[in-house]
Design a protein around this ligand. Structure first.
Ligand code: ZN
Length: 366
C-alpha cells in the first residue's frame, strides 16, 4: 500500500515523502497520536519506500520482492518489536530488555539484502526502564544504514531523552469520512447498516479500533441509563444517585464504559451550556434531549450546571473510592458542592494530574 492509498494523515505523509525525495530521511522518528489512526501503516510504508527496488516519487511500488517481504514481515532487514505479555494472564504487555538486545544484535550487521535496515518499535512507551535505557544507546549511536521508528499513543510516558533524539511526527485523528470508508471496507461481510455505520463513525473519535470495537447495544443501554439519571438528579433526590452508584459499583467490568459515557455526556452538556452547536458534541444522535437537559438545569434548578457535573462525577467517584453515601451526604449542603471532603479529593486528583507526566489511568481533573 503506497502512501497515497493510506487514508488521512496528509501532513505526516507529506513530511515523509519530502524527506524521501530529498534523501533527507532522519535516522529516528517518533510517530505519535491516538491509537489506530495509521501510524503503524505509515511506518511500514516508510520502510518499504526506503528499500523498494523501483520507487515512484518516494512511494513504494508494492510489487517488488522487497515490498512484498516487508509487507509480510519476512524481509531480513526489517524488524518489528512490540510488547508481549509475560504470562497469558498478565495485565499489561511490555517490551523487555531482551527484545531490545536482540534487536541491537541484528542491527549491528550490514543490510542483508536491502538498502536500509528498518526497525519499528510499536507501543514504544511500553518499554520498561531497562529496555528504554538500553535503546537510548542505539539512538545515541545509531548503526549505519539504519532507520528507527518509534510508535506511541502515550508519548508522555517515554523518557524525554528518547524523544529528544527522534524527529517527532504527530498524527491526527481520522476524519469521519475516512472512518466511514474504512469501516465499509472492513465490515462488508457483516452487511453493516447505514444507521450502525453512522453511529460507529460518530463514536469513533477518529480511531478505527474504537469504531470497530464498540459494543453498540451495551453502550446505548448504558448511555440511556446515565441520561435518565442526569434528568432526575438533584440534591433533593440524592438517594436516586446513590442507588444508581451502588448498582454500577457492582458491575466492575462496566466501569470503563460507564465512566467514558458519563464524561462524554457531561462534556456535551457543558458544550450546550456554553452555547455550542449540535455539530460540536459527541452524542449528536441524542443532541435534542441533551440540549433540553442542559437548558433545564441552567434555568431552573437548585443544582447549578457546575453542581450537576460535580454531583454526577462525585457519585461515580464514590463508587470507585470508599466514600460512603452517608459520608458524602453529611458533607454536602443542598445547592452547594463545596464540601470539605470534595475539596480535599479534588486537590489530590488535581495535583496528580497537573504534573508533567500524567498517569494514564489517573482520575480526570474535575
Ligand atoms: Zn517495491
Amino acid at each position: 500500500m503506497a502512501f497515497d492509498r493510506i487514508l488521512g494523515q496528509e501532513q505526516p505523509k507529506k513530511i515523509l515523502k519530502n524527506a524521501l525525495q530529498s534523501s533527507n530521511v532522519a535516522h529516528a522518528y517518533l510517530f505519535h497520536g491516538q491509537e489506530s489512526i495509521g501510524k503503524k501503516q505509515i511506518a511500514i510504508e516508510l520502510a518499504k519506500s526506503l528499500n523498494c527496488a523501483s520507487p515512484v516519487k518516494g512511494d513504494a511500488c508494492d510489487e517488488c520482492t522487497s515490498c512484498r517481504k516487508i509487507e509480510n514481515r519476512t524481509h531480513p532487514d526489517f524488524f518489528f518489536v512490540e510488547p508481549v505479555k509475560n504470562t497469558p494472564t498478565a495485565r499489561e504487555a511490555v517490551i523487555k530488555i531482551e527484545a531490545i538486545r536482540e534487536l541491537q544484535r541484528k542491527l549491528a550487521f550490514h543490510p542483508y539484502e536491502g538498502k536500509v535496515k528498518a526497525a519499528i518499535i510499536d507501543n514504544a512507551d511500553l518499554m520498561n526502564l531497562q529496555a528504554a535505557n538500553s535503546f537510548l544507546k542505539t539512538l545515541e549511536e545509531p548503526p549505519s544504514a539504519t532507520i528507527l521508528i518509534l510508535i506511541s499513543s502515550n508519548p508522555f510516558k517515554l523518557l524525554p531523552t528518547l524523544i529528544s533524539r527522534c524527529q517527532t511526527i504527530q498524527f491526527q485523528p481520522l476524519t469521519h469520512e475516512n472512518i466511514k470508508k474504512i469501516l465499509k471496507e472492513i465490515m462488508t461481510e457483516q452487511m453493516i447498516g447505514n444507521d450502525t455505520l453512522a453511529f460507529r463513525t460518530l463514536r469513533s473519535r477518529g480511531s478505527v479500533k474504537k469504531a470497530l470495537a464498540e459494543d453498540i447495544e451495551n453502550i446505548v443501554n448504558t448511555r440511556k441509563e446515565i441520561v435518565n439519571l442526569l434528568e432526575t438528579i438533584s440534591f433533593d433526590r440524592m438517594d436516586v444517585v446513590f442507588s444508581q452508584a451502588k448498582s454500577w459499583a457492582s458491575q466492575s467490568d462496566q466501569w470503563e464504559i460507564i465512566l467514558n459515557e458519563l464524561m462524554e455526556l457531561v462534556r456535551d452538556l457543558a458544550f450546550f451550556q456554553s452555547g455550542c452547536s449540535e455539530s460540536e458534541v459527541y452524542n449528536r444522535d441524542i443532541a435534542k434531549r441533551l440540549k433540553l437537559l442542559a437548558t433545564r438545569k441552567t434555568v431552573n434548578s437548585d443544582c447549578s450546571s457546575l453542581g450537576l457535573r460535580k454531583a454526577t462525577r462525585f457519585s461515580l467517584y464514590t463508587c470507585r473510592s470508599e466514600v460512603s453515601p452517608k459520608e458524602f451526604s453529611s458533607n454536602v449542603r443542598p445547592g452547594s458542592c463545596s464540601s470539605e471532603k470534595y475539596r480535599q479529593r479534588r486537590e489530590i486528583t488535581s495535583t496528580s494530574a497537573s504534573g508533567e507526566v500524567v498517569p494514564i489511568n489517573s482520575t480526570p481533573n474535575w
